[in-house]
Design a protein around this ligand. Structure first.
Ligand SMILES: Nc1ncnc2c1ncn2[C@@H]1O[C@H](COP(=O)(O)OP(=O)(O)OP(=O)(O)O)[C@@H](O)[C@H]1O
Ligand SMILES: [Mg+2]
Length: 236
């Protein structure tokens, strides 16, 4: 499953019809190897969120191909029957605004997905606390989301996106509310995850603090991507 990472070929997305149609993606090609973290950079309205939503099976593309691992999930139409299962089992989302569940504490917000996937509660919570430690929020493990700062909420949301160890992680501005040290800590965790679990990770960002960490960057402009080598600074 994990041997091919992410492959996108000629992906297009048109919103709406007729006079008001918007061509948000005009033929995107992209490849992310297992174990790789790539940056995706582009101006507002260039199609970044649209691309992540297509890859995450949140919206349907108009045409093209998307391959996750060995599975062609889209080829001018969905190739999987159960899109909910695809989202749950194969894709970890880290969104800009952390949508935490207000009536669950921090640990259970993170442990919920593995619990839903059938893991014993104690084991799921242990896994959650380990991740919270790595993100330096373990001291807030029993707090409710409303009691956290914005940066703490974001780190909990990151832990939640990683906890099921999905083969693909899609992160939209994951470090925006974080200071420099914490932003780099998040990128280090993503890189460690990628290596350890052969995860393919796409990080949408404008964050100057983390851009030098990518070895490879895709730029997107007007719905078209092009690739560039990044600095790939050492994170240790
Ligand atoms: N649901 C929608 N219906 C119609 N047009 C849309 C819809 N969502 C996005 N668009 C348009 O598609 C284009 C790409 O939008 P998208 O949200 O992917 O940009 P983005 O790169 O994520 O921008 P930002 O950096 O501001 O988040 C924009 O022109 C936007 O107005
Ligand atoms: Mg966006």
């Amino acid at each position: 499953m994990r041997d091919k990472g992410i492959r996108i070929e000629g992906l297009t997305k048109r919103y709406g019809k007729g006079d008001t149609a918007v061509d948000a993606l005009k033929g995107v090609d992209m490849q992310v190897a297992p174990g790789e973290v790539v940056g995706l950079i582009g101006p507002s309205g260039s199609g970044k969120s649209t691309l992540l939503k297509c890859l995450g099976a949140v919206i349907e593309p108009t045409a093209g191909r998307m391959i996750l691992g060995n599975e062609t999930i889209y080829d001018n139409g969905w190739k999987v029957n159960d899109l909910r299962a695809l989202r749950r089992d194969k894709i970890g989302f880290v969104f800009q605004a952390p949508y935490l569940i207000p009536f669950l504490d921090v640990t259970d917000n993170v442990a919920l997905l593995p619990m839903l996937a059938g893991k014993p509660n104690a084991e799921a919570r242990k896994q959650a606390v380990e991740l919270l430690q790595g993100l330096d929020v373990q001291h807030r493990a029993r707090a409710m989301p409303s009691q956290l700062s914005g940066g703490e909420q974001q780190r909990v949301a990151i832990a939640r996106g990683l906890v099921n160890r999905p083969p693909v992680i899609l992160a939209d501005e994951p470090t925006a509310p974080l200071d420099s040290e914490r932003a780099l800590a998040v990128i280090k965790i993503l890189n460690d995850m990628a290596r350890k679990f052969e995860t393919a990770i796409i990080v949408v960002t404008h964050d100057e603090k983390i851009i030098p960490t990518f070895k490879r960057i895709y730029h997107i402009r007007d719905g078209v991507t092009y690739e560039e080598a990044g600095e790939g600074i050492d994170l240790r």
